[in-house]
Design a protein around this ligand. Structure first.
Ligand code: PAP
Length: 336
């Protein structure tokens, strides 16, 4: 949570594949591995695929993180709209402390990733022990970890989870583009769309298989609706006000009539919109404290960009997988 810097970006530290403990290296040598999206390899740990340093972070937070009842955890499969949800949640739950109409709102000078840290990537990294007393209350944390691998204290506490799901086609395109940009930044060859699509379809996505990630939280949101709220990127695009109010109610901080009259809901949505965030100086020229250029997180921000890339064969293959994997779950990707 340090200030965004404006010097040229260094390669993200999660690309430094050898920079893990000896114990983690030993573990990695026993895990299945596949060609990486960003680095050389991804490894399968507890049924999901991740980069070496992230696996180390996941193990650390599984051991150490003690969730508190009023913590709020935002969960996504990567490239499902994490940046957007971080911005929405931050401005929503902190709206008394940081009124959205004020010119010095933190979102105007910091990237959402520097305001809502990732549990396994920013907080429990390199033996760090986070000091949660420095966080504003309620504590807002993000994670990409699948439900089954969350620290036990998250499952056993009254901590609320907000899950954002995006249609797999746009999620795939976003991930392919993003990871290729990171590869270019660190002077690596880019991955072809054919190869990475095959990977994605076989379940080798970051923190994937994508369907297992989504279904884990979808099922929990049905069985335990007070604990997990399941949102869809496409629905927030289509009905932003309704979805933001739903989120506020779930988090027990509904908008008052006065706030609605003063257009607080509209202002949160405007401030967190793709067009607004992308054009802020911090997101045009700034870097995340973890060393990545903020602009990487703002590409197109649209529903249906996959249509510019998919062949008929790709679409058929993914349709078939979606039908198979989500059959009987009740979850449908209608807005694509
Ligand atoms: P992360 O999981 O690595 O943090 P994430 O924020 O989920 O990344 O992915 C970025 C995607 O969200 C990008 O999608 P695209 O590649 O299809 O364009 C990015 O453009 C989109 N995005 C970022 N901010 C917003 C926003 N405010 N509204 C809508 N979409 C957004």
């Amino acid at each position: 949570m340090t200030k965004s810097q404006t010097s040229s970006p260094t390669p993200h530290k999660y690309l430094q594949e050898d920079d893990v403990s000896e114990d983690c290296k030993k573990l990695l040598s026993t895990l299945p591995k596949e060609r990486g999206w960003v680095g050389s390899y991804v490894y399968n740990y507890q049924g999901f695929w991740a980069l070496p340093r992230l696996i180390q972070g996941v193990i650390a937070c599984q051991r150490q993180y003690q969730a508190q009842d009023n913590d709020i955890i935002l969960v996504t499969a990567p490239k499902s709209g994490t940046t957007w949800l971080k911005a929405l949640l931050f401005s929503l739950v902190n709206r008394k402390k940081y009124p959205v109409f004020e010119k010095n709102h933190p979102l105007l000078v910091k990237n959402p990733h520097d305001l809502v840290p990732l549990l396994e990537q920013d907080l429990y990294v390199d033996g760090q022990v986070p000091d949660f007393s420095l966080f504003t209350s309620p504590t807002l944390i993000a994670t990409h970890v699948p439900f089954a691998s969350l620290p036990k204290s998250v499952q056993n506490s009254r901590t609320k989870l907000v899950y954002l799901c995006r249609n797999p086609r746009d999620t795939f395109i976003s991930m392919w583009q993003f990871t290729n940009n990171l590869r270019l930044d660190s002077h690596r060859d880019t991955n072809s769309i054919e190869e990475m699509f095959d990977h994605f379809c076989k379940g080798v996505g970051l923190y994937g298989p994508f369907w297992d990630h989504v279904l884990g939280y979808w099922k929990e949101s049905i069985e335990n609706s007070d604990k997990v709220l399941f949102l869809m990127y496409e629905e927030i695009k289509k009905q932003p006000k309704i979805q933001l109010k739903r989120l506020a109610e779930f988090l027990d901080c509904p908008f008052s009539i006065e706030e609605e009259d003063c257009r607080v809901v509209d202002e949160i949505l405007r401030m967190c919109s793709f067009g607004n965030l992308r054009n802020l100086e911090v997101n045009v020229n700034g870097n995340m404290s973890a060393g990545m250029a903020n602009k990487n997180f703002f590409r197109r921000g649209e529903v249906g960009d996959w249509k510019n890339y998919f062949t008929v064969e790709m679409n058929d293959r993914l349709n078939h997988i979606i039908e198979q994997k989500f059959h009987g779950s009740g979850l449908k990707f209608v807005y694509i």
